[in-house]
Design a protein. Structure first.
Length: 217
């Protein structure tokens, strides 16, 4: 039985969130194809993980028997998150763009699970090769050739953190122009938004089903 680690970080619930709608489609396809599998779910908006502290950081470079009580407690929280990452057969992350970057809650999760010498490093990427699908939703478009191409920091950053830092097999689904239905100034872009949303949902279902089939075989 395979395990899917599903992480959402949007501050909005349900269908009000473009990223949650797409991760939900992926997860449902996964579960329908692999009903005996396991899903570990983290909603970082509802239950944020601790931001990295000096104790949690330093403890990653100090032998366990030399930890102070404060370091031991802080590091134990990091280890829980790291073990979830390492034990996952596939990972699904909802990463909406807020102010050109990822939500701070998702950055906090990354700061906890990126540990040099264990999950990160030239010879120590303990989750290396694990497939990760990131739903990188955004209110506008930051695609190559668009006026705001230079403001695209979500895919660039997550590529460095997840693919290069953790060694994960990274794939993106990008629903864009999600503000078009609410912003009168973007009214002419609504058809493009609808097409982007439809493609994202289809891609999520197909990728979720394909990954589940691989592990169920």
């Amino acid at each position: 039985m395979a395990t899917l680690l599903h992480i959402d970080s949007s501050v909005f619930d349900g269908q009000a969130s473009a990223s949650r709608a797409v991760t939900d489609a992926f997860r449902k396809a996964w579960q329908e194809q692999h009903p005996e599998g396991t899903v570990v779910y983290r909603d970082l908006a509802a239950n944020p993980v601790p931001h990295i502290t000096a104790d949690a950081h330093v403890a990653g470079f100090v032998p366990a028997d030399a930890h102070t009580p404060e370091q031991a407690a802080a590091f134990a929280e990091r280890v829980k998150l790291i073990e979830e990452l390492e034990q996952a057969d596939a990972i699904l992350i909802g990463a909406p763009m807020y102010n050109f970057s990822i939500p701070s809650t998702l950055k906090a999760w990354l700061d906890n699970v990126i540990l040099m010498g264990r999950t990160s490093g030239p010879e120590t990427q303990s989750a290396k090769g694990t497939p990760v699908t990131v739903v990188a939703s955004r209110g506008g478009s930051y695609a190559p050739g668009t006026p705001r191409e230079g403001f695209e920091y979500v895919q660039n950053f997550l590529g460095a953190a997840l693919r290069d830092g953790l060694g994960l097999d990274l794939d993106f689904i990008v629903p864009e122009l999600t503000m078009a239905p609410q912003n009168p100034a973007m009214a002419e872009l609504v058809p493009l938004y609808e097409a982007s949303r439809a493609k994202a949902l289809t891609d999520a279902e197909e990728k979720g089903k394909a990954l589940a089939s691989r592990f169920a075989a």
